[in-house]
Design a protein around this ligand. Structure first.
Ligand code: ZN
Length: 114
């Protein structure tokens, strides 16, 4: 399962960013996920809950913000919102488009509390 490995990498990144023996608790991890990244947010939340017990993320909540997909048309240079891969340019109907945004996943912040 793709989302489980993502959840595990979030955990290992969080473990590296929080000092060992820290008295602080991680209360939130904020992510941005591109609309075209093929990550299922529901599955990711489930995987995150499944792996966080007895880790520094035990008290953490995963906050996910979706980033819209964006593409530029190779025929007419129109920039448009793209929510799935099989989308043609709304201006000239060309399928020759280059995706410029929406495939990424990044950790925005890790929030800690005493
Ligand atoms: Zn076009």
């Amino acid at each position: 399962m793709h989302e489980l490995s993502i959840a595990q990498s979030i955990l290992s990144i969080a473990e590296k960013s929080v000092p060992q023996n820290s008295k602080e608790k991680v209360v939130a991890v904020s992510l941005k996920i591109g609309e075209l990244s093929s990550i299922e947010t529901e599955a990711l939340l489930f995987a995150f809950d499944a792996i966080k017990s007895n880790t520094i993320l035990e008290t953490a909540e995963l906050k996910i913000e979706m980033l819209p997909g964006e593409a530029v048309c190779n025929s007419c240079n129109n920039v448009f919102h793209l929510s799935s891969y099989a989308t043609s340019c709304p201006n000239c109907n060309s399928y020759s488009v280059s995706i410029t945004k929406g495939k990424e996943m990044k950790i925005v912040s890790i929030t800690m509390e005493y």
